[in-house]
Ligand binder design. Structure first.
Ligand SMILES: Nc1ncnc2c1ncn2[C@@H]1O[C@H](COP(=O)(O)OP(=O)(O)OP(=O)(O)O)[C@@H](O)[C@H]1O
Ligand SMILES: [Mg+2]
Length: 104
């Protein structure tokens, strides 16, 4: 839910959020691809930290606590999953969560 809400909150008017769920090898992979503001290069390393929020001209009016991605990563770690992202400032972001289908 946080990845969906982020893909909407940090998007532009008329932007899109695409969600694709697929099976790759022995994993299920969920991709959340938005056409939003993107994340500045120098802040990328911080976004999974508790209470961290990017402060930029587009995002300062958007409300949030900065806990969502911290929780996404914590829960995914506990379930043996992995969270990665790619983002380009001004163009958009893609967050990917994958979980093994079989116990390893
Ligand atoms: N899809 C995205 N596009 C652009 N910036 C994003 C995106 N997802 C996260 N961010 C940036 O990372 C920060 C942390 O995201 P996170 O979901 O942890 O917190 P939040 O959305 O601010 O608050 P909440 O706790 O309500 O989820 C956001 O404040 C935003 O600056
Ligand atoms: Mg959030």
């Amino acid at each position: 839910m946080n990845l969906v809400s982020n893909g909407i909150k940090y998007n532009k008017t008329g932007g899109t959020l695409g969600i694709v769920v697929s099976k790759k090898g022995s994993s299920v992979v969920m991709e959340f691809k938005d056409t939003g503001y993107g994340i500045p290069e120098d802040q990328k390393e911080h976004i999974f930290q508790k209470f961290f929020r990017v402060r930029g001209k587009n995002t300062q009016e958007v409300s949030g606590t900065g806990l969502g991605l911290f929780i996404v990563r914590m829960l995914s770690d506990k379930m043996g999953g992995a969270v990665t992202f790619k983002s380009s400032e001004g163009k958009g972001s893609t967050f990917t969560v994958s979980f093994p289908l079989k116990k390893q």
